[in-house]
Write a protein that binds this ligand. Structure first.
Ligand code: UD1
Ligand code: CA
Length: 451
């Protein structure tokens, strides 16, 4: 059976009190919308349509990065959830199959739940996802009789008796596409909110002799985000789940609650993550690496056997090959560090390549920026860069070469050469003792003058 997704994301999200469209607020360093998309993508939908309204331009830009096949349609006025789905009609022209309607601000829906909804379609024309709410509050209520779903009443329109129902509407719906749009055509806005409710399709379907049923999931899956406080709670839930998943996948987290992960973080088995490590977007770590305490990684790849930190910062474009060592207070950006190379202390390596088994001394800086442009530093293999070397890019250091400590390297160093680029040292015998005496005598004179 082919499937299409319609993700509703036009709402203003007033309670976020933000210029950023609600669905672009991040959880696990990825826009909320990416989470809903990801759950849906597991079904390998034939089409994905996102209904945007507030901040549609921004949503559109972000969506293009997340899923280049997804289409965006505009709902210029937010007249209700049925009206929102109706905007996807043209985008679904020529598609036949089931449509699942998701919300862009409900990030925790699990792929298995979507599959259960699709499976339930075998027994009903309209499938709604419900949940038993601990505190049903203002959710729509599902009115059921046995396995049948009779109707959904919005809280605003519900009778006192209906408000005692704890089975609530998550908002997710699954229905054959043609049926869905036929039902939506019949939805009016004569209700407490004056909106076109998608929830009305249940009653309309039944009046037409069609059937409806509810599938339920855990309340945690349907958690919606409406405020910054809920966003923070969602972040905590995301982190807890992501950490748990990593541990199940065989990754050691020494202090799981202090490790922060992104939606796309990938870490291999038997890697050890020490306390207080942050994984920004786009990080992959192979098996058997060690990420030591207080390190910050984003947009980088760490290979097997590498040791990173403590206190290391890996920025986008960092590629650490096997058995590399990146030590404390080292920042690396857009650089490839070949097998077995070491940058152990207090260095900045940016826009560079370092060959296999080279050792970069403490305090080495690649001076990659001239104030206007960025330049590349190429270091060969088995090179020894002396401590406190400034490599003024563009510059290269050939294989098996060395630089003297404190050198400012401005021209290429040929393979095997020793480059020294620092002031000449001269020692003046006895001069220190004479200088000390002179200074002490001066101080004595000054002190006399004061008393
Ligand atoms: C909706 C359901 C309610 C359910 C609740 C679950 C309806 C009528 N009610 O209520 O039964 O318990 O969700 O959270 O469906 N949206 C648009 N365009 C619109 C209106 C909404 O894109 O014109 C989007 C919003 O951005 C949001 C989603 O649809 O992602 C739900 O809209 P919202 O206004 O939050 O619906 P609720 O009143 O919470
Ligand atoms: Ca809502």
């Amino acid at each position: 059976m082919t499937t299409a997704l319609v993700i509703l994301a036009a709402g203003k999200g007033t309670r976020m009190n933000s210029d950023l469209p609600k669905v672009l607020h991040p959880i696990g360093q990825a826009p909320m919308l990416a989470h809903a998309l990801r759950a849906g993508q597991n079904l390998e939908p034939e089409r994905t349509v996102v209904v945007a309204g507030h901040g549609a331009d921004e949503v559109s830009r972000v969506l293009a990065d997340l899923d280049e096949d997804a289409q965006i349609v505009l709902q210029t006025e937010q007249l209700g959830t049925a009206h929102a789905v109706a905007q996807a009609r043209t985008a679904l022209d020529g598609f036949s199959g089931d449509v699942i309607v998701l919300y862009g601000d409900t990030p925790f829906i699990q792929p298995q739940t979507l599959e259960a909804m699709l499976a339930a379609r075998a027994g009903a024309d309209v499938v709604v996802l419900g949940f038993n709410a601990a505190d049903p509050a203002r959710y729509g209520r599902l009115v059921t009789k046995g396995d049948e779903l009779l109707k959904i009443v919005e809280y605003k329109d519900a009778s006192d008796e209906e408000r005692t129902i704890s089975l609530c509407n998550s908002g997710l719906v699954c229905c054959n596409k043609d049926t869905l749009f036929d039902l939506i055509d019949a939805v009016g806005n004569d209700n407490a909110a004056g909106e076109y409710y998608l929830t009305d399709i249940v009653e309309i379907a039944r009046n037409k002799g069609l059937t409806a049923t509810a599938v339920t999931c855990d309340e945690a899956e349907t958690l919606g985000i409406n405020s910054r406080a809920e966003l923070a709670r969602a972040e905590a839930i995301f982190q807890a789940r992501a950490r748990q998943q990593l541990m199940e996948d065989g990754v050691t987290l020494v202090a799981p609650e202090t490790v922060h992960l992104s939606l796309d973080t990938v870490i291999g088995r038997d890697t050890v993550i020490e306390p207080n490590v942050v994984f920004g977007p786009g990080v992959t770590v192979e098996s058997g690496a060690q990420i030591r305490a207080f390190s910050h990684l984003e947009g980088c790849h760490v290979s097997r056997g590498a040791v990173v930190g403590p206190y290391a910062r890996l920025r986008p474009g960092t590629e650490l090959s096997e058995d590399t060592k990146i030590g404390n207070f080292v920042e690396i950006k857009n650089a490839v560090i070949a097998e077995g190379a070491k940058v152990n202390h207090l260095s900045y390596i940016g826009d560079a390549s370092i060959g296999a088994h080279s050792n970069i001394g403490a305090g080495t800086i690649t001076c990659n920026y001239d104030g206007v442009m960025k330049h590349h530093t190429a270091i060969g293999q088995n090179v020894f860069i002396g401590s406190n070397t400034m490599l003024v890019a563009p510059v290269s250091v050939g294989d098996n070469a060395m630089t003297g400590s404190g050198s400012v390297i401005t021209t290429d160093v040929e393979p095997g050469a020793l480059a020294l680029a620092r002031g000449q040292q001269t020692n003046k015998p006895g001069a220190a003792i004479r200088l000390f005496e002179l200074l002490k005598a001066k101080k004595k004179q000054n002190d006399k003058g004061k008393s």
